[in-house]
Design a protein around this ligand. Structure first.
Ligand SMILES: Cc1cc2nc3c(=O)[nH]c(=O)nc-3n(C[C@H](O)[C@H](O)[C@H](O)COP(=O)(O)O)c2cc1C
Length: 210
């Protein structure tokens, strides 16, 4: 890959713990850095103050961002900065975590200012369940829908190993469980390869088009 200009990859972890999701998103960023010389930024929901969207429509009326001046300001800045995005979530009740949902809901404030805030940026999804089939795919799908709705480009990892994105089985053992999930880590690497290659192509395209 031509590395004159480093690709910027932003990873979000929607877990409130330093557990499996944190481990996987950080591994993915490390992989992007070591294999593709990407520049990376990371945001974990752990310990962060993140208010619910209260549908006050301040963002729509004022076009000055969100009424909540909390820790999600950092996410807003980094989403705009990134060339490629990863959102990783733990599976809660067969779905994304509440933290992941809050992060995505609160992006309405960004769209209210600029509908194209992540236009044509490739985005990948990772989901970590305690069970082998615990709701990883609906969780991934919810994240991919977020990308579609916001004009980003959802990326999977391809057939024979990754399909819709990164799927992980932590066996409720936190980071250690993720580390032991070789199939899951393979799905992460396959997804990252697609994400970075597409970001690289789009970056060249975008420099001409936009
Ligand atoms: C409230 C809650 C609901 C959960 N629901 C599910 C579930 O539906 N399916 C599943 O496979 N695991 C479920 N789990 C287990 C977590 O997905 C699993 O432990 C995961 O590794 C947590 O990720 P983390 O270590 O990054 O926080 C649930 C955990 C919690 C706390």
């Amino acid at each position: 890959m031509n590395s004159e200009k480093k690709l910027k990859v932003f990873g979000i972890c929607g877990s409130p713990k330093k557990g499996a999701t944190d481990y996987i998103v950080l591994e993915a960023l490390k992989y992007a850095n070591e294999k593709y010389n990407a520049q990376t930024e990371y945001f974990s929901a752990m310990g962060k103050k993140m208010n619910f969207c209260i549908h006050c429509d301040y963002c729509i009326r004022e076009k000055k961002g969100c009424i909540h001046k909390d820790d999600l300001q950092e996410v807003y800045e980094k989403l705009k900065w990134a060339d490629a995005i990863i959102i990783g979530t733990p599976v809660y009740q067969g779905m994304i975590s509440g933290q992941t949902k809050v992060i995505m809901d609160r992006c309405r404030a960004l769209a209210a200012q600029d509908l194209h805030f992540i236009l044509n940026k490739p985005g990948a999804a990772f989901a970590v369940g305690g069970d082998r089939i615990g709701g990883q795919e609906p969780s991934i799908q919810a994240i991919l829908n977020f990308y579609i709705i916001n004009e980003a480009i959802p990326v999977g990892g391809g057939s024979f190993g990754a399909n819709l994105g990164g799927t992980f089985w932590s066996k409720d053992k936190g980071a250690q469980g993720a580390k032991e999930d070789e199939e899951g880590l393979k799905s992460m690497r396959k997804t990252m390869n697609r994400l970075i290659k597409l970001a690289s192509i789009l970056n060249k395209e975008n420099s001409n088009v936009i």
